[in-house]
Design a protein around this ligand. Structure first.
Ligand code: MN
Length: 568
């Protein structure tokens, strides 16, 4: 049933109320494609409903853009729909502030942040459903934005979906991003593979009755056989690994056999191998040894009629549901259980791969183990793996990972020591905040700086990180030294080994002058034994602690090979 139908059937229910509220709030708004904005919300909610999520999540899907994109306020939403909906919508709003521009070293931080910010897996489900529809309608968006969204989807959201065991969604998100990230490659693939997909499907359609009869001969009655065409994006990555040789891809279109029980899976495998010889080394038992994300199925590749290789995947209905919907599938068990059906309780064994996947497992096992109450299940959806860390966001959308209790000063020093030293004020979520303000995950932090500003000693009393503490101490010491050393002229001679080039002398003098050193003389000599000519620079200065800094500055010139100095 679509969400529109659900709403129509029960207009006074949560979904019904959210439906009409969102419709009104977004009235007159259009998407980039020209279609009514409200379509985006029903599409998002329909996806959530197809994942069998609860009413609150579906309602949050309908309302997820109301606060961000309409005059509706959080307070209003909370008043009308309660705290749960407000919490879910607010979580999605926070996630929308994150921007990923392809910095590989930040990928994991960003994925963690998404989990930390969400606090509840249902927030991620809404975000994923929202992203799915945005990807489906991405062609209407300006080119630059297309690229960024596609990259973010491919690098951040598809892997998150995968780790949550939502393979189907993960693959779909990758497929949707693929043409935006690799336009030429995807065109090549489409031109070269489309025909072959059709051929394969016809072939499988022809051998399907043979397989059906073999299963029935083994008393496997309740079964479904369908096909799964390999996704374009994953086909492409696989082709790259196999020298673009399409003949070597056996699972271009795989056959899928869905049966009732685990025993039936093995029985079906036997029946298939009796019918067609299996290809050695291609039988994979992901039921006994599930993939790290929990995927379970039996895989085999057989030699079919006309000597063609066919990959066949065998699984139970529940495994199939899990494969499609991952963790979201657990909502289905909840519903099965409520209606008194036996859902063939899953026994997922997630490998010891990623820490937070393990933590997800803990509650999964707990949930799968005994008949837990719904409340406890909701409790289990809460994510607290990162309870000792907080994640702040820079105005550019970068994520800064800090310990709990960190302040804007810590944040500033984690961007750069210069930013920390020059910090004068901070804005948190667009509001001025005191420098000892305790940051929360998802806070948008803007550091305001002033040139030549130095840190103040009382910052040491509230900063949380050693990085900040160390830098503050260094800067304070420098300040002290400077006061002491002030106004005592010193003569210094620098010896700089350089690889000479036209204009180098000018560049070096400019750097020295900028540091307020008075240049006395510069001579260049080339000794026969030395590899590089030596530049001798005599100058006068008032602050000795600036020498090191000047040396660092000079070393930024790539022609400068070595510097030494002596005080005259
Ligand atoms: Mn949206």
């Amino acid at each position: 049933m679509t969400v529109a139908e659900l709403a129509r059937n029960n207009p006074g229910g949560l979904i019904g109320k959210a439906f009409s509220f969102a419709e009104k709030a977004h009235k007159g708004q259009k998407r980039k494609s020209g279609e009514p904005y409200f379509n985006h919300l029903t599409a998002t909610a329909d996806t959530l409903s197809s994942w069998h999520l609860d009413d609150a999540t579906i309602a949050a899907g309908l309302l997820h853009d109301a606060v961000e994109d309409t005059p509706v306020t959080r307070e209003e939403l909370r008043e009308r729909f309660g705290e749960e909906i407000d919490f879910l919508v607010d979580g999605v709003t926070k996630l929308s502030h994150l921007k990923y521009r392809g910095a590989q070293e930040k990928v994991e931080n960003l994925r963690k942040l998404i989990f930390a910010l969400s606090q509840d897996l249902r927030v991620i489900f809404v975000k994923l459903a929202d992203r799915l529809h945005n990807m489906q309608t991405l062609s209407a968006v300006p080119r630059e934005k297309q690229k960024r969204i596609a990259l973010e989807t491919n690098d951040i959201y598809a892997p998150i979906a995968y780790r949550l065991g939502m393979q189907n969604l993960s693959g779909e998100l990758q497929d949707l991003s693929f043409p935006y990230l690799y336009p030429q490659e995807s065109k090549w693939l489409y031109d070269n593979v489309r025909e072959r997909y059709k051929e394969r499907e016809e072939y499988l359609e022809n051998i399907k009755p043979l397989l059906g009869r073999a299963l029935e001969a083994h008393h496997l009655k309740a079964y479904t056989i369908d096909f799964r065409a390999k996704r374009y994006s994953s086909l492409y990555y696989k082709l790259v690994r196999h020298n673009m040789d399409i003949e070597r891809i056996y699972d271009l279109v795989a056959m899928r056999v869905i049966v009732e029980t685990v025993q039936d899976c093995y029985a079906a495998l036997g029946a298939i191998h009796e019918l067609w010889p299996p290809l050695p080394g291609r039988i994979k038992d992901y039921i006994a040894m599930p993939k790290p994300n929990g995927y379970r199925s039996l895989h085999t590749t057989i030699i079919g009629p006309d000597g063609k290789f066919v990959e066949i995947q065998i699984r139970t209905r529940i495994m199939h549901e899990e494969d499609e919907n991952g963790i979201a599938a657990h909502w289905l068990y909840e519903q099965y259980k409520k209606s008194g059906l036996n859902p063939d309780r899953p026994t997922r064994k997630l490998a010891e791969e990623v820490r937070w996947v393990q933590q997800l497992r803990t509650w999964q096992e707990k949930y799968a183990g005994e008949g837990e109450a719904h409340d406890e299940f909701l409790e289990a959806m809460k994510i607290d793996f990162f309870k000792d860390r907080i994640f702040g966001i820079t105005p550019k959308g970068d994520v800064i990972d800090l310990p709990v209790g960190s302040t804007p000063i810590d944040f500033a020093y984690h961007i750069h020591s210069e930013v920390g030293n020059a910090c004068v004020a901070a804005k948190v979520n667009d509001q001025f905040a005191s420098l000892d303000y305790e940051l929360h995950s998802g806070d948008l932090v803007e550091i305001l700086t002033q040139k030549n500003k130095k840190p103040s000693e009382d910052w040491l009393s509230f900063v949380k990180t050693t990085v900040a503490r160390d830098h503050i101490k260094i800067a304070l010491r420098e300040k002290d030294n400077r006061l002491r050393a002030k106004r005592v002229p010193t003569k210094v001679e620098f010896k700089v080994a350089v690889q000479n080039r036209l204009g180098l002398l000018r560049d070096i003098s400019a750097i020295i002058a900028k540091s307020h050193f008075h240049i006395g003389s510069i001579n260049t000599t080339k000794q026969s034994t030395a590899k590089f000519p030596i530049m001798r620079i005599e100058c006068e200065l008032h602050e000795r602690d600036k020498i090191e800094r000047l040396i660092l500055k000079l070393k930024e010139l790539k022609e400068v090979r070595e510097i030494s100095y002596r005080v005259l």
